[in-house]
Design a protein. Structure first.
Length: 199
């Protein structure tokens, strides 16, 4: 059992996430964060140059982690294309349960990053979508998905289904994250998968 306490940088990020989720980025001040932690502003600025730098750190950690998890799924040669679609959907839905506040802050507060910081985050977000496009394209070429499937639209459909779920999905609700992911995967795959009669 690991009883090691989080370091101050991690604690600042965790407390900030909770406050950003509850109040919003603009309505949360550095002083609010310090008050919640019982530390001085000097402590905050020792770890983060500004509140926006902290938001950038939250965004970068979130998307880099998702890309790493996505990469493992896509590289798994034991998974069929159907299973990869299902696994990515499950990963994104499950992430709401594991890191719900991060996801909500990621999607809701990105507009508060300046252009320079957005220029670092947007390509990472785009890469996640492009990786799905490539997987769908390969699935079409392999005969797993219908030849008329548009990989770009399929990727947007998958992400649209999963990313918006942070607004309404509750892990303790009627359906589990796995059940939601399975239902979404079935709906999406019915549109792009080659039916048995077409094989």
């Amino acid at each position: 059992m690991n009883d090691e306490k989080p370091d101050m940088r991690t604690l600042i990020a965790e407390v900030s996430l909770a406050l950003f989720e509850k109040r919003g980025f603009t309505e949360t001040s550095v002083q609010d964060i310090c008050d919640e932690l019982g530390v001085t502003k000097g402590t905050f600025y020792y770890y983060f140059a500004s509140k926006e730098a902290l938001l950038m750190d939250i965004h970068e950690q979130y998307i880099v982690t998702l890309l790493e998890e996505q990469g493992k799924i896509l590289a798994d040669t034991d998974l069929t294309y159907r299973e990869k679609v299902r696994a990515i959907l499950y990963m994104l839905i499950r992430d709401i349960e594991k890191r719900g506040a991060r996801g909500r802050v990621f999607f809701r507060e990105m507009r508060h990053l300046n252009d320079e910081r957005k220029a670092k985050i947007v390509p990472l977000r785009n890469q996640f979508r492009l990786n799905i496009e490539q997987m769908v394209r390969e699935g079409v070429e392999a005969g797993a998905f219908r030849s008329a499937t548009n990989p770009k639209l399929a990727a947007f459909a998958l992400l649209g289904i999963a990313n918006w779920s942070y607004q309404w999905f509750h892990p303790d609700g009627e359906l589990s994250d796995q059940e939601v992911a399975d239902a979404f995967a079935a709906m999406l795959l019915e549109g792009i998968e080659v039916a048995s009669r077409d094989r």
